[in-house]
Design a protein around this ligand. Sequence first.
Ligand code: FAD
Length: 418
Amino acid sequence: MQRVVVVGSGDGGTFTANLLASALHDEIHGGLVSVQLVGEHLKHPFQPGNLDVAFKGASPDKYVKDETELIRKEIEFVQDPAAKIDFQAKSVATKGGRTLTYDYLVIATGAVADPSKIPGLAEGSLNFHTGPEDSRRIWEALQTFNGGTVAVAIAGTPHKCPPSPNEAAFMLDEFFRKRGIRDKVTIRFLTPYPRPYPAEKISRVVEPMFQERGIEVSTFFNMDSVDPVDKKVNSLEGEEFQYDLLIAVPPHHGADVIIDSGIGDQDGYVHTDKGTMKVAGQRGVYAIGDATDIPVSKSGVVAHLQSVVVAHNIVAEINGSNDMLEYNGRINCPMEVGQHKAIFVSATYASPPTDQSPSMIKYVMKRSFAMIYWRALNGSLERIFDVFFGQTRFPVKEQVEPQNPVAVKPIEQSARAA
Ligand SMILES: Cc1cc2nc3c(=O)[nH]c(=O)nc-3n(C[C@H](O)[C@H](O)[C@H](O)COP(=O)(O)OP(=O)(O)OC[C@H]3O[C@@H](n4cnc5c(N)ncnc54)[C@H](O)[C@@H]3O)c2cc1C
């Protein structure tokens, strides 16, 4: 019996488990392979929906489904958070007291937005990165905000969805224009980067739009503390800004289980090969998505594309094949810029983002993803994604010695039949 344990039932973990269950369907039914998915929550959120909850008033329930609706029936869903991952014992201990041993492990525990990391931030700010309920609090605050300064701040990097702070500023601008009080509101964007968007070519697109909409920018602003009583935000550089409403992207770190298990870096991210997604120094252990220390955007698209590589590689290993794949660093993050337009921040490890014009087609594509996300998790849209994203995986040059071979179908054939 080959045991695959996937820890984390978010975007990447759910998709990887589904790909594996599809590819290994016969082996699972034949008792040769098992796939267990360890999750904290029954509810699975579509996290980009937080922006709509915060700035368009969507219901927090709109972008949530039960995990059990999203996974294939070959998968055992263990709704019991992992407490400790032990690489030596090849086991995952759950908070509920179970010990799951594995031959292959996928770490997909994501990243945690944590306002407590900056003094005063939790008390003095609202945010749309800790979940739909907190996002709703922004919408409620906006209903009674009749004028003053709204600061949109990046309080730490890296954070989930690099374009999301810029989107927040654009969406706020649109919101106040619709309410007819834009002239009474100052929107100030506080960023630690030297320009409005970290990638220079994208910043060249964002900057003139910020100017045109009257969104003020303060660069090199590394947030140090927030004074929630006097409503001031301070930077390490010694700057201070007064605000009436502070909407901040909190600092992020890796999941508690990574930190508690001592298997991450100082921020709790897992040291992972940026091509094969193998965890450094471990056999049969992979990490994907926001949980890794790879310097690529923490985004669902990245988790998705890495999942395909990891599922393929695990099936190859189980199959005794050296046919391993590498992810090429493809990112594709949408940024809504108001006026029913959007851009996509697209790049690979080898090619940085290029500048582009905002368009309504990109806006429609961004919006439609909220509808297709749930289907994307079962692998049935892979043909479309392959056309859209182009080639995102390549054969590994270095051959990897397989372990415990069991003959199964290649992932590319079987997953797409799902
Ligand atoms: C406001 C916002 C907007 C975004 N917009 C976009 C966008 O437009 N496009 C895009 O591509 N991405 C976007 N993202 C980012 C995207 O949602 C994440 O990058 C993506 O979900 C990462 O997938 P993941 O599987 O790595 O982590 P997640 O989907 O976060 O899943 C991690 C899972 O691990 C679980 N977990 C943690 N610890 C444990 C434990 N001990 N035991 C068991 N389970 C555990 C968590 O509960 C969670 O279910 C956005 C994010 C936010 C917050």
